[in-house]
Design a protein around this ligand. Structure first.
Ligand code: GLP
Length: 247
């Protein structure tokens, strides 16, 4: 199956359409597992879902899983992905902490991180495949924190963040020095298990990675290219991110 690409005029239009898409799938799967992503790209989608929360069914049976978490940040650190999700979505939806799952990145000690990796992979197996996994894309083509040249056959693991990811994410910290150097991420195999994938891409900076992902070879140098092998992927992009696509 080919990746289905829909291009929107701008970020707001893309975010509204993405919220529509997610709300419909939550309505069809209120007891299911929803896979979420962080980063600035899905923020508009989350805000729109919150604006339309009256349309949502009872969410007490929904479970959420997140792709990744920095290693060495406590869950209540303002730059942790736990904290981001709570502020941008979970509190507004009234989700209880026990409904949402993340890799535990709070202890960077290698043994503790290894235990967190195993625990998260087990939790994901126990929960079963998400009915939808939302993804962003890194400027270098990463998905989750699966950086270029990572293997495709990976499950949850610890990664060393690439210099370009550290630089790209430093905008959320006081300086690049404060960005953790490692993270725990779902592996490529893990995230490919979702029944559907919705990738969001906005802005000129994503255009090259998006073109490679959709029109290039499937290769570990561009981790997102593996999505060509998934049978149910939608890409929602704004015109700037889609500007290099050939049609
Ligand atoms: C981060 C996250 C990814 C995210 C990507 C793009 O490093 N680990 O899950 O998709 O980079 O982020 P943004 O949407 O802010 O451009």
């Amino acid at each position: 199956m080919q990746v289905k690409v829909t291009v929107f005029k701008d970020y707001d239009e893309m975010s509204r359409a993405a919220a529509d898409f997610v709300i419909d799938l939550i309505k069809a799967n209120p007891q299911g597992v929803l896979g979420l992503a962080t980063g600035s790209t899905p923020e508009g989608t989350y805000a729109e879902i919150l604006r339309r929360k009256d349309e949502l069914p009872d969410l007490s049976g929904l479970r959420t899983v997140n792709l990744d978490e920095y290693l060495g940040l406590a869950a209540d650190h303002p730059q942790s992905y736990h904290y981001f999700m709570r502020k941008k979505l979970f509190d507004g939806l009234g989700l209880k902490p026990e409904q949402s799952f993340f890799p535990d990145g709070s202890n960077a000690d290698p043994e503790a991180a290894h235990a967190a990796v195993i625990a998260y992979e087990h939790k994901l197996l126990e929960l079963g495949a998400p009915f939808l996994q939302i993804l962003g894309i890194g400027e270098n083509g990463h998905i989750g924190f699966n950086e270029p040249a990572s293997q495709f056959n990976t499950r949850t693991h610890v990664v060393n963040l690439s210099e370009s990811t550290i630089q790209a994410n430093s905008r959320f910290f006081n300086s690049a020095d404060e960005v953790p150097k490692q993270a725990i991420t779902m592996g490529v195999l893990t995230l490919m298990q979702a029944s559907r994938i919705l990738m969001l891409a906005s802005g000129e900076k994503k255009a090259k990675a998006l073109k490679g992902m959709i029109e290039g070879l499937v290769e570990p140098e561009l981790p997102a290219s593996i999505l060509q092998m998934h049978e149910n992927v939608n890409v929602f992009a704004d015109e700037a991110a889609a500007s290099l696509l050939s049609k």
